[in-house]
Design a protein around this ligand. Structure first.
Ligand code: SF4
Ligand code: SF4
Length: 397
């Protein structure tokens, strides 16, 4: 019987969006497959990124959005280095993830703002207004502890909590932010799993592992040790910079998250009868173990940020480029780090106006980092973990 022709209906709008999201060189690919051979972590039985290149050229949106391999790529750039046509397959894989940040989580407006520099103003304005209103109310309506006397800057010892009192301002705002991002990630991960679910049709031999076991394995064997970063990439020095940079940043965040969590528990626990002994008064002295730990987190962040910024800056643009998602993330983390460090510095120098102003900007940038996480490049921490866990659960090696 003669083979039936297959009609391909390219999604032209999708191709356009993909090119705008960073895959603008995909048309150069002529399917030589060098990239799939070059990729050190691509599986032999279903290699990438050659197949993604042709799907993208043909506008096969359904194929690409249900492709878990997009999340297995760790953006080392080795495939792009060796591509004889300069088609930058690493950029295409990255553009696919950028598009996923736009489409997986709800709130299309935030996704749109996050996708280009034009969205920076509203993204900044939201927390700027929230914390600006709080500051105004504390100064001119509440006149907290009677310290303001018609000024925005409270008199006496510099205590950032006198402008943004934790119990009634920062804690409620960031509790709501946490609920918001957990809900957005929940929906985003559900959409991701639904999209890559055809993996479920893979025939499996042997006993199936529990989902939770797979998740723990992925976190312990891949995410925390960053094991894939040792495998992909060509230049040994570049591999080390990427791995150390990412690990320092991740562990810096984890240390700061633990400190914040402990501080939150101590603060609220200290308000409960019988738990007053764990109460901590802010600002903490530099000898306090939590303060020391927080400084360690800041140092780790600085090392990670510096290494990753240098790496991005030194990329060869004919081989690999950086998208707005890359620069937004690096820029916001730098802003969080700098404002946090400068707040401490100005407080120690007893510069009232600068301390409170920079602390305000610190809150704004922390909000910009956390509240938009499901639509930012940092979302890959959750989506990639979910995708790898799922395909492990489905029995694929
Ligand atoms: S992206 Fe480059 S290396 Fe990969 S198949 Fe296309 S032309 Fe070949
Ligand atoms: S960027 Fe690296 S991990 Fe991703 S497909 Fe290319 S070689 Fe593989």
């Amino acid at each position: 019987m003669a083979a039936q022709p297959v009609r391909i209906e390219p999604d032209v709008q999708f191709i356009r969006e993909l090119r705008a999201a960073g895959g603008d060189t995909l048309k150069k690919c002529y399917q030589c497959a060098t990239c799939s051979v070059a990729c050190p972590i691509s599986p032999g039985d279903n290699p990438y990124p050659r197949k993604e290149m042709i799907w993208a050229q043909w506008g096969l949106k359904d194929k690409l959005v249900s492709d878990p391999d997009v999340w297995l790529c760790h953006n080392c750039g080795q495939c792009s280095d060796l591509c004889p046509r300069g088609a930058k397959p690493a950029d295409l894989m990255s553009a696919m993830r950028n598009m996923a940040y736009q489409n997986l989580a709800p709130c299309a407006r935030i996704a749109r703002w996050m996708s280009s520099p034009k969205g920076l103003l509203p993204l900044f304005a939201i927390p700027a207004v929230i914390f600006g209103v709080i500051w105004f109310l504390m100064a001119f309506v509440v006149n907290f502890k009677g310290l303001y006397n018609g000024s925005l800057f409270p008199a006496g010892r510099i205590v950032p909590g006198n402008v943004f009192y934790g119990d009634y301002t920062i804690d409620p705002v960031f509790i709501l932010v946490t609920i918001f991002i957990v809900a957005a990630f929940w929906k985003g991960v559900k959409n991701l799993i639904r999209a890559i679910a055809p993996e479920g049709s893979v025939m499996m031999l042997g006993k199936k592992k529990r989902l939770l076991v797979c998740l723990i394995e992925v976190i312990m064997l891949e995410v925390l040790p960053h094991s894939k970063f040792s495998e992909c990439g060509e230049e040994p020095k570049e591999k080390v910079i990427r791995k150390i940079g990412h690990m320092c940043l991740l562990f810096g965040f984890l240390v700061l998250a633990v400190v914040t969590g402990c501080f939150f528990m101590a603060h609220w626990g200290g308000r409960l009868p019988g738990l007053e002994f764990i109460y901590m008064e802010v600002p903490l002295p530099f000898t306090n173990p939590f303060k020391i730990l927080a400084q360690l987190g800041m140092v780790l962040m600085l090392v990670g940020l510096t290494l990753l910024t240098i790496r991005r800056k030194d990329l060869n643009p004919t081989k690999q480029t950086s998208s707005w998602y890359d620069w937004y993330l690096i820029g916001v983390i730098w802003a969080v780090w700098l404002t946090g460090t400068l707040t401490q510095f100005f407080r120690l120098a007893d510069w009232t106006v600068l301390t409170y102003t920079i602390y305000y900007l610190h809150l704004v940038t922390v909000f910009m980092l956390l509240a938009y996480l499901p639509w930012s490049k940092l979302g890959h921490l959750v989506y990639r973990t979910a995708a790898i866990t799922w395909i492990r659960y489905m029995g694929r090696k």
